[in-house]
Every structure is written in structure tokens, then in C-alpha cells.
Design a protein around this ligand. Sequence first.
Ligand code: CMC
Length: 398
Amino acid sequence: NGIRVFDPAFLNTAAISSKITFIDGDRGFLMHRGYPIEQLAEKSDFLETAYLLIYGRLPDKKQDTTWRYEVMHHTEISEDVKKVIGSMRYDSHPMSVFVSAFAALGAFAPEANPALQGRNLYLENKDVMNKNIIRILGKAGTIAAASMRVRMNRPFIAPRSDYSYCENLLYMMDAQSEGENYRPDSRLVKALDTLFILHADHEMNCSTATMTHVGSSLVDPYSAIAAAAAALYGPLHGGANEAVIRMVEKIGSVDNVLPFLEKVKRKEELLFGFGHRVYRNTDPRSKIIREVADSVFEACGREPLIEVATALRDAALKDEFFVSRRLYPNVDFWSGLIYKALGFPLDFFPILFAVPRVAGWLAHWKQMLDHGNGKIWRPRQVYVGEGLRDYVPMEQRA
Ligand code: CMC
């Protein structure tokens, strides 16, 4: 007890010390475990970056081979989970399917459930922790692809453990995989892999804070991942990439950009893909993503909405409203245009943020259990409601 600091929406509260990710919001700088994001995007790949985030170091050759083998050999999902996913309507939002499937995975993994196996399962047994990290990462892509197949009203496609993580993901979603030995275009695999590195972690964002908060109750990690994915689904967080495209489509043409910005300034609209709680200068990921966009447009053709999006960005960057509030394009401003060019349906975009972010969620969950003080997260509040009063029977209420 003692003095309480009132900090609505956690504008300034650090709840944990972390060795995973560092952001300098004023410089527009991001690094994971000491490695700048630019180097990882250029030289690493998603699974290696996931290992780095979770275990704190780049893997040596043997660790790398084992890690890739293990993750890619835990990509199958059980018939029970397939039934849960298959029972969803074809027009269910894929994020609802993703959240439900992870909650269901928990139900089908009693050996991973501290409520059944003992409260301190993950504090005491690091083998169980590592096994479930691998299972969750492996299955995330398969669940994502299955959510897409439900939407297409097509049968699920079994994973290929001999493909890379992103190659297998594209393979499982694509209609052409129904033919034999289909391999997705390597340029698109590379582009998706780079996007996955950029999305893999971003310190205490809303969904990672949720994973850590929920995990602090010592619940099983499947339930915590379902909660984190639900947090990511919202349009102010991972749903922003979908909202950006809906916004740009609504604007429709370069001529409508300035009138739209006037509405934003009157607070009638939000400029999706702009602004960030931590970056007050530039989001380093949005610079890299712009280059990825060019490589995707080369392979798939230029996305016509890019003209409107570019005009929108240029006009906002010159406008006093955005300049004075230090609002800049974030990662979601460009990622949606890439996903659109790649042919993904709009409502699938947040899934392409959630799957790589699973790596970050797991890294923070593990860090909290390995190094935390074992305390449940439980913020305090400032009560501003009614004072003490007597219950009023129905017939005496005004
Ligand atoms: N459009 C219009 N006005 C904005 C925007 C925006 N995108 N972002 C912030 N503002 C205004 C806000 O209304 C406030 O105005 P005022 O000072 O007049 O009250 C001012 O700018 C300062 O905003 P803030 O309070 O510092 O913003 P925040 O840290 O509470 O919220 C945010 C951060 C990302 C939720 C917000 O910028 C936003 O809603 N952006 C649009 C949604 C979006 O693109 N989300 C993706 C974020 S990046 C990926 C991720 O982490 O998910």
C-alpha cells in the first residue's frame, strides 16, 4: 500500500524489466537482444529471430537444425482442433477463429494445464515449457492457414515439414497446393519472412502485456495466447493493417485525401496506420517495409491503392496537426498494401501480424516465468464512485 501512482492507460508505467527488446522512440530505433532490426531483417529469418527472442542468443549450427526440425515437426493440428475450426462459419473473422482455436488447443492439452498438473508446472519444469513453446509456434501457422481455408470453403491442407515456416504457411493457404508438390514463389516467401521478422516482437505492446498479465496467473500458455491474440485483434493494435486498407478504399482517390484529413483534424475520423505510443519520430519498421513493398509489387504487380496511400502520407507529414502531435506512419500503414498485393483477403491481415507475434508473446511469457518474482499482475485503481449508501427496494426507486 502507501502512495499509488495514477497512470491511466499505462502511459508511463513500467511493470517489468526485460532483456528482450529495446525501443528508442525519439530516435526511431529498435533492437532485439542487442541486434538492430535492420540487420535482422536483412540477414536473419523468422525462425532464427524467434529463437533469438525466446532464448536470448543466436543459435549455433546444432541448435539451429534442432530448432527448425522441432518447430516444423509440431505443425500438425489434431482432428479435434480441426473440428473446432471447421465448425466456424465461412464468414467468421479469421482472428475469431484463431482465438477460438488456441483456446481449444488448451482444452486438448491437459498435460500442459497447471490447473490439472500442479500450479507451478512452468516454474518447475522447463522441459514442459520448451515443449509447449515449440508446439505453439509450430501450430500457429497451421491454425492461421486453416482459418483461411474455412473462409475459402476449401478442405484443410496438411503442413509440409520440409518447407520453411513462411513457405509452408503460403503452401497451406494456397488453392494451388491441392496440386502435387506446389512451391510458393520464392520472392513472396522471402517478403513474408521479412514481414514476420518485423512483426515478431515489440516489447510491452497491448497484446504482449496481455500475454504477460494473463500468464502471471500461471494459466496454461494456450489460454494466454488466446487472450493475447484477442488483444491484438482490435483496430488500434493488430487490426490496424486491415483498417488502413478499408480507410484508403473509402478515400478512393488522391483528390479526396485533403478532405479526409480535415475530418481527422475535426476528430471525426482516425488516421489508421499513423501514430504510436512509443515512436515519436519514425517507426524503423515502416522504412524496411516500404522496400519489401517494392519487391512484392515487382512479383505481383503494383497495388493501385499505393498512390492514394502515398498522397495521404505526404499530406499528413506536412500538416501541422500531425507534425505537432508527432504522428508518423507506423508499420501497419504499409503492411496492409503488401498483403493486398499478395492476394490475401482484408480480414486475414491481422492474422499475418498475430502469427509472427506469437514468438514475442512466448519470449515474454518465458522471461516472466524464468526471471519474474512469481507475483500475479494486479494493477490498483482509484475509486471515484458513490459513497456508502443503503439498498433501495424496487417499489421505492424513482
Ligand atoms: N489519427 C488521428 N489522431 C491521432 C492518431 C491518429 N492515428 N493517433 C494519435 N492521434 C492524436 C490523439 O487523438 C491525440 O490528440 P489530442 O492531443 O488532440 O488529444 C494525440 O494525437 C496524441 O495521441 P496519443 O494520445 O499520444 O496516442 P496513444 O499513444 O494514446 O495511441 C495509437 C497510440 C497507436 C493507439 C494511436 O496513435 C492510434 O490510434 N493510431 C491509429 C491506429 C493504429 O495505426 N494502430 C497501430 C499502431 S502500430 C502497431 C501496433 O503496435 O499495433
